[in-house]
Design a binder for this molecule. Structure first.
Ligand code: BTN
Length: 242
């Protein structure tokens, strides 16, 4: 990953640029599209992703997981979340967790978001764009629930060093996926899952309820024990409260 790199001083969204690239040429798998200043970054659930120019990593990786059936697409979230988890656990020496489906938290605050967009042909995924926003040197954020590598360590990081180091970890997990090592990926994902095995409050359609995350189903739905009953939730259905 990253052997081919497309750098743009400024762009709206690296996911959009990567998508343009893939439609217009025969792009090498692992190509990274990266910008210094992303002006209209997109997040999950239609949210925006705001990042101070020159401070953070905002990039997209083009992959061609044609080995992956559409029904297994959640494993892309698993593999890339784990790659970030592995890298940050080593770089920060702090407690890192994966908040389902693919937010990366350090001590309960979000340090990284991932937006994966799949392009499907038949039952298989033709190519995917994995967009990653990692807060590296930004020291103030609009949300109190956000953090960065510099805030967590008191150090500034060189973006040109963070990227290749991170890509090694992402590639390792992607290769685990390519060799269909689903069990290892699943076990590691659950072991690093935020709130697993703990009682917490959640919200669905204005209703607040207490439950305990017990795992995920094969399609990536969140499994929660609510008053002794097992319930499954889609990403858009549920919010984590406290
Ligand atoms: C989220 O947590 O909501 C996902 C955020 C993903 C942000 C990254 S930054 C690089 C890439 N380009 C985008 O427009 N979004 C992703």
């Amino acid at each position: 990953m990253g052997h081919s790199l497309v750098f743009m001083p400024e762009c709206h969204s690296t996911n959009d640029e990567a998508s343009r690239l893939i439609q217009n040429s025969n792009v090498l798998e692992g190509t990274v599209v990266i910008t210094n200043n992303q002006t209209a970054g997109r997040g999950q659930r239609g949210n925006t992703w705001i990042s101070e120019a020159g401070k953070n990593l905002t990039f997209s990786i083009l992959i061609k997981p044609s080995f992956l059936l559409m029904k297994d697409q959640f494993y892309l979230n698993v593999a890339f979340s784990l790659g970030l988890f592995d890298y940050l656990s080593e770089a920060l020496d702090a407690e890192v967790k994966i908040k389902w489906p693919n937010d990366i938290l350090v001590k309960g605050k979000k340090i990284c978001g991932i937006l994966i967009e799949n392009y499907v042909q038949g039952h298989n995924i033709q190519h995917s764009i994995v967009g990653i926003g990692l807060n590296v040197n930004q020291n103030s954020h609009a949300s109190v629930y956000a953090t960065s590598m510099s805030l967590e360590t008191g150090n500034d990081f060189k973006l040109e060093e963070v990227l290749p180091n991170l890509l090694v970890f992402l590639e390792t997990r992607f290769l685990q996926l390519r060799s269909k090592n689903f069990k290892k990926l699943n076990d590691d994902y659950l072991a690093s899952l935020y709130w697993i095995g703990e009682k917490h409050l959640f919200e669905k359609e204005d209703e607040i309820f207490e439950g305990e995350i017990t795992g995920i189903d094969p399609f990536g739905k969140l499994r929660i024990n609510v008053n002794g009953t097992t319930e499954y939730f889609e990403v858009k259905e549920i919010q984590f409260l406290k």
